[in-house]
Design a protein around this ligand. Sequence first.
Ligand code: PLP
Length: 410
Amino acid sequence: MDTLPVNEKQVQEAEARLERFAPLIMEMFPETVKYNGLIESPLTRIEKLQDKINLSDDCGRLYLKQDNLLEIAGSIKARGGIYEVLKHAEDLAVNRKGFNVNMPYTILGNQEYQEFFSNYKIQVGSTGNLGLSIGIMSAKLGFRVYVHMSNDAKEWKKELLRSHGVQVIEYAGDYGEAVKRGRLQSDQDPFSYFVDDESSLDLFVGYAVAAKRLKKQLDEEGIVIDRQHPLFIYIPCGVGGAPGGICYGLKLLYGENVNVFLIEPIESPCMILGISSGKYDQISVQEIGLTGKTEADGLAVGVASGLVARTIEHLLSGGMTLPDQDLYRFMKWFYDTEGIFLEPSAASCLVGPILLTENQEGKEYCNKYYQKDELAQATHILWATGGSLVPKDVKHEYFKIAEGMEQAKN
Ligand SMILES: *Cc1c(COP(=O)(O)O)cnc(C)c1O
């Protein structure tokens, strides 16, 4: 891991930075008091869902990392996205003089700083959730915010952003197009900062902080991870920053005792394609005849981040894909068994343990690296990447689609 473009120190700095901001976050968003101003999510044992997918005790135990419940943004983007905004705000404040990192960060929430930040713009290209996290946090600090979105982004996400005073700019093309155009506009303005999902190291390390937080939760639960007790992680992947950062952070802590699998829609497996072809960000899913279209809006990305692909290619255990029908089926299973609502993108994670234990290649992977008794002591964590901000009527629509699919099958 020594040759990678990131290092452990950067992750530690990110942890420290988030600690410094915690009093301000707590003041601005009182809902974060339960984690002392850190934006964190619970780890939940999901025994009933484990039964539902017939994952026997011989395979270990199934848990859910509930980033669907992350405060402020309701998705995994509350980790990297908010981190990058805070870092930028800190940089501006420190460069202005009159502020240094030893002062109380609650100062950055006062009127003077609201006015100071309002001289600056923050812009981002997004399929939805990144825009929500960047938009809500930046607007709260006083920045002027522009979110560039592809037109397939969900309408409710655009409306929610506008309600926070964010400018939403829509493009006819896909996500890559929105990023390109947004970046271009931002680069022409010296007072504008562009959050670049395709190549941001700050986003990446913001996500990586999740690993140590998870370790703390596992330790508190008395869950041991070592050679005899392996950890399996399944994370939905879009452009790659979130799963990549978390994968990197976990590898720092657990080395070969953690196995990280990415989950992608069958029509837009950009990371699997980028890594397996060795072309990283120089190949799109459209070039191999796929549509790039999926209802999993957070995962509708045709080209992976080159930075992330190169960083994690030797850290990952593998990638898995699933068809769109399964998104809705799984979403309903989460709800019916555990009463947990996940957006379709996030529900995709459930295919992970299913393929690992039922699919030929999955079984071969297990048998190659682990003994039977070790597998029985494994911990499997599905990373639930989003859901809590989805409005009621949209949820209702999703369930109608899921039920329609079940009836069509019977
Ligand atoms: C963004 C997102 C992902 C994937 O994160 P990337 O950094 O784009 O790979 C997964 N699930 C949901 C719900 C998301 O919003």
